[in-house]
Write a protein that binds this ligand. Sequence first.
Ligand SMILES: CC(=O)OC[C@H](N)C(=O)O
Length: 328
Amino acid sequence: MVSIVVHDLLAAGPRLLSSDSNTEEPVVPWNIDTVVSELREARGRTKRVIQAGNRRAPLPSPEKLQQAIQGIYASLFPRHAGAFDHSDEGIAFFVGNTLNAALHILLDQVRREHAFVDETRASHESSLSAEEIVTAFSRELPQIYELLESDIRAAYEGDPSAKSTEEVLLSFPGIKAIVHHRVAHALHLLGSPVVARIIAELAHSQTGIDIHPGAKIGGSFFIDHGTGVVIGETAVIGQRVRIYQAVTLGAKRFSVDEGGALVKGEPRHPIVEDDVVIYAGATILGRITIGRGSSIGGNIWLTRSVPPNSNVVQAQARTETFDHGSGI
Ligand SMILES: CC(=O)OC[C@H](N)C(=O)O
């Protein structure tokens, strides 16, 4: 291993140095052996649930799950995903091939999750095998498709800027987020919560919309714009709910057990009943209920339940002078 002093490295600029111009072997300025051994020591110093050396099975892969979700999307919406033969046979052929490939990837990822859970000796949330989970998931696809069709209609009917349902499906971030969510939620319930969480995070990173796979969301759901939306694990959302960017359906406090450890999975996020609209930036916290038909205004901070048909609005803004910074 060649070691190079820092001033040599700086003098070289962005080029990698070669200590011997006759040799073809690429020379790197860092000392990889040192970094590898220091990283190993750092891993040894940290307290981990899994001891180094115990882990054998490969972990679930976000890249593979991205491929799986693309295949699932293509199977649900073949025309939008590039199927070129639109005859019944052509679509069936496209869907069969695409879905089969996607389900195989998914199966491998669910197996990886189960192997990883077994290694950590945590209890499985589900008694189903990976094969049973993916098979059951495949049978839920028609129902997921119908829910997504209702979401696409809700976006088209709820947004004057939407000129067609094709535009909605191909370009709206709220639709991308709910496609991922409905797939992730099914896998979460069937017993693959880590795979589900990775799928949710793929949508989060692509859209800025963070929906935990545990959240229960009814049909005709529309998130407009979406950036900064957060929907927590135990949130329950009814039918025909519309929300705007930067809305949070979050927890207010975390319970702890006698040992001071956080209690996991406790209901702690809001219940939003049917036909509610929540405008941009509203923060709704705790296991409270927003009654059906309510409107929650922008930037509201809400930690108490409101009855059906409430209109919750912010205190009125006042005018101020901005001379010499006053009022800021
Ligand atoms: C959305 C939210 O409340 O996040 C806080 C924490 N992650 C939880 O699940 O409670």
